[in-house]
Design a protein around this ligand. Structure first.
Ligand code: THU
Length: 138
């Protein structure tokens, strides 16, 4: 199943999602596109706050939208981010908190994709979050 994931197409949807970013404090706009096993895509953008700590990353917005709609089976997420009104950076991997959230809902072979038109990185959750604490640790 994972072999049919089109990283470039999912990144293009993350780029679209990036447009909705609310990030007046960092001016870093981020978009995410989360692909379910049934082929649906949930988009998310980062949402900041004047009080700073309530800020939520694009990836978690995408996950929480999907989870709250009943989705439980995920194949991949693509992330596009960089300075507002500039092209996405080649290297914009997910933060540690988002990796922890991925580990809650995804298998080790879940794909995490980031990049831009020039360079795309596609790694498994196992690769980017080894030895993580999850439900099996309890
Ligand atoms: N951000 C994300 O949306 N995803 C990440 O994985 C890293 C950081 C957002 C949070 C904040 O709004 C801005 O990027 C700068 O850190």
């Amino acid at each position: 199943m994972s072999s049919v994931i089109n990283a470039r197409a999912l990144l293009a949807l993350a780029e679209e999602a990036r447009q909705a970013s609310y990030s007046p404090y960092s001016n870093i706009t981020v978009g995410a596109a989360l692909l379910t096993a049934e082929g649906r895509v949930y988009k998310g953008a980062n949402i900041e706050n004047a009080s700073y700590t309530p800020t939520v990353c694009a990836e978690r917005v995408a996950f929480f939208k999907a989870i709250s709609e009943g989705e439980r089976d995920f194949l991949a997420i693509a992330i596009a981010g960089g300075e507002k009104d500039k092209p996405s950076k080649a290297d914009f991997p997910p933060c540690g908190v988002c990796r922890q959230v991925m580990a809650e809902f995804c298998n080790q072979d879940f794909y995490v994709i980031w990049g831009n038109g020039e360079k795309i990185t596609k790694k498994t959750l196992k690769e980017i979050f080894p030895d993580g604490f999850d439900k099996n640790s309890l």
